[in-house]
Write a protein that binds this ligand. Sequence first.
Ligand code: CAA
Length: 260
Amino acid sequence: MEYKNLLVEKKGSLATVTVSRPKALNALNTEVIAELYDVWRNLESDTNIGVVIITGDGEKSFVAGADIGELNKLDSLEGIKLAERGQGLYWKIENSDIISIAAINGFALGGGCELAMACDIRIASKNVKIGQPEVNLGIIPGYGGTQRLARLVGKGMAKLLILTGDMIDAEEALRIGLVDKITEPAELLSEAEKLAGKILSRGPKAVISAKRCINFAANSDLDTGLRYEIIEFGAICATDDSKEGTSAFMEKRKPNFKGA
Ligand code: CAA
C-alpha cells in the first residue's frame, strides 16, 4: 500500500512512522486511520522490528485529533463505527509485541492525545500542547480517552482535563504523568531514538514479556496480575536469552541476545 499521509523509515530494528497531513495539523481522517492500520500490520509481520517511534510531521503538531470535518457528518451508527475503528487501531498498538514510543512534537489533541496514550512511552518536546478538547465541540473522546487518561493520571485529573477541554503544556503533562519525559524540540527525535536503542539492546523476549505483564496490571486485580507475572517469569526462564544474560553478568561481559 502506498501511503498518502504517512512517512515510514526503517533503521535496523527501529521504525519511525510520521503522520503527515500538514494542511490539517496531521488530524486523523478515515484514510489516515486505514493507513496506520496497514502500516502497523506490516511492521508486525516484519520480525526484525522491535521498536516504533510515532511522531507528527512538522514542528507544530503531533496529531490535532480526529478530523472534525468528518465528525460533523456522522449519525449515531457512523459514530460508533468511527470510534470502533480508532479504538481497534489503538488497541493493536497498545497490545502489540512491538514497543511504541510517541515522540510528541506540538499539538496532541483529542485523537492525538489518545494515540500518544496508546503508546508504551511518551516523550514530549517543550512546545507540546496536549489535552482532550472534545467537549468544546459538543462531543466526547471516542478513541479511548476517557479510559486511558483516567488510568494514566487518575480519575480526578482526567475529569479536570476532559470536562474543561483545556490543553496543558509539557511541564504540566510531565507533572501529572501524562508524558514520561520532556526535551528541547530539536532533540525530540534523537532522544526517542536513544531510548529506542536502549530498549533494543535488552533481551527482546524479556522486553515483550515485561510489556505484557505491565499491560495486564491495568486490566486486572493484583492477585490475577501477580499470577500472570509468575507464568511469564517461568516462560522467560526457559529462554536462551535468559541463560545468556545471566551468564554474561557472571562472566563480566556484555550479553549477546539473540531473541530466542
Ligand atoms: N480536524 C480537521 N482539521 C483540523 C483539525 C482537526 N482536528 N485541527 C486543525 N485542523 C485544520 C484547521 O481547520 C486549519 O485548516 P484551514 O487552514 O484549512 O483553515 C488548519 O488545520 C490549521 O489549523 P488552525 O488554523 O486552527 O491553527 P491554529 O494554530 O490557529 O490552532 C489548534 C491550532 C489549536 C490545534 C486548532 O486547530 C484546533 O483547535 N484544532 C482542533 C483540535 C481538536 O478539537 N481536536 C479534537 C478533535 S475530536 C477527536 O479527536 C475525537 C476523538 O476522540 C476521536
